[in-house]
Design a protein around this ligand. Structure first.
Ligand code: SF4
Length: 341
């Protein structure tokens, strides 16, 4: 069999799984592991076409757009080994304290101009407790909410108590990003200053406060296929509204600076499996997509992605927003602030 010829048995098996998810059924861990192990290019495209049907069934032709603003940069006390903002590593990343209102409003105006639904304020620190900093953070969200231009979202790390989550909800935070990053097994190899359970506890506080959950991970840390599968099923338990998928863009100075890049088709195959495990979630391509997927970026929608982070990332540049919007138009997809011609 050539690398591109169709394996009929695999073709039938992929179709069986795809039909089951379309009908509202679920896949087992063993089934997803088998899908993640497909090596034949034709089989991988077969998988992607089923993920595309599942996306169309549950998400239609609308793409959710969001963007972020780095509200406090660098000097983070945590040692996440992929991160340019950790104080543990010598990187070129900028450092500044929590932002004033003006840059946040400017980012909100730009996001709204581009039809972007949500703006997330992201802070490089361990997390938030009650005190003056929480007051300042809440003030920024109240201003953002009052301006009414974008949905105010947050990514502010670990929350120390339920009261902190309740304060954020009262200030207008509608959705909070807190990634599980990877599997429980691999997590200690990428971060030692906090735990998987710290992250799950924060997600519990947020849910209790009525804040929607945005939780995903990062691929290419050196994790195994089993770790990726475990992340999918851990997220299924969390039941997030949004699942941002980042792909490592190795930053000089960080411990993962020499990690080998993932092949674009491996990334797309993984995205397709996330779609089949989490059919109703917004699967979002986020950091690292431009550098890792290159010309195959648009195929991520065929692979089941339904959301896109646009604008620059925290420490790396993205392609211009207009190029992303043109890609969506060319695919016949719509987004909240615009429609395809
Ligand atoms: S990923 Fe977040 S918590 Fe970890 S080092 Fe970077 S900024 Fe800090």
């Amino acid at each position: 069999m050539t690398e591109t010829s169709v394996d009929v048995a695999a073709h039938d098996r992929i179709a069986t799984y795809g039909r089951r998810v379309l009908a509202g059924g679920e896949l087992t861990r063993e089934e997803v592991l088998w899908l993640l192990g497909l090596e034949n290019t034709a089989d991988r495209f077969d998988l992607m076409s089923w993920a595309n049907r599942v996306r169309e069934r549950f998400k239609g032709d609308r793409v959710h757009l969001c963007s972020i603003v780095n509200a406090k940069a660098g000097g983070c006390s945590e040692d996440c080994k992929f991160c340019a903002q950790s104080a543990f590593y010598q990187t070129e990343s900028p450092r500044y304290a929590f932002v004033d209102p003006e840059p946040v409003q400017a980012a909100a105006e730009e996001a709204a101009r581009n039809g972007v639904t949500a703006l997330g304020l992201v802070a490089a620190w361990k997390g938030l407790d009650e005190g003056p900093m929480l007051d300042e953070v809440c003030a920024r969200f109240e201003e953002l909410k009052r301006s009414g231009q974008v949905r105010p979202d947050a990514s502010l790390g670990i929350l120390k108590s339920q009261r902190v989550a309740d304060r954020l909800a009262a200030a207008g935070v509608e959705c909070y990003n807190h990634n599980l990053e990877t599997s429980r097994r691999f997590f200690p190899q990428q971060c030692t200053t906090h735990t998987y359970d710290d992250r799950l506890r924060t997600i519990g506080f947020l849910k209790q406060a009525g804040i929607r959950i945005c939780s995903g991970g990062i691929l290419g840390l050196g994790e195994t296929v089993e770790d990726r599968c475990d992340l999918m099923f851990a997220l299924k338990e969390v039941d997030p509204s949004f699942v941002p998928l980042n792909v490592l863009n190795p930053i000089p100075g960080t411990p993962f600076e020499k990690n080998a890049p993932l092949a674009p088709l491996t990334i797309l195959q993984t995205v397709a499996c996330f779609r089949l495990v989490l059919p109703r979630a917004e699967i979002m391509l986020a950091g690292g997509r431009t550098v890792n997927l290159r010309d195959l970026q648009s195929l991520s929608f065929l692979a089941g992605a339904s959301a896109l982070m646009v604008g620059n990332y925290l420490t790396t540049l993205n392609q211009p927003v207009e190029k992303d919007l043109q890609m969506l138009r060319d695919l016949g997809l719509r987004w909240d602030g615009g429609v395809s011609p």
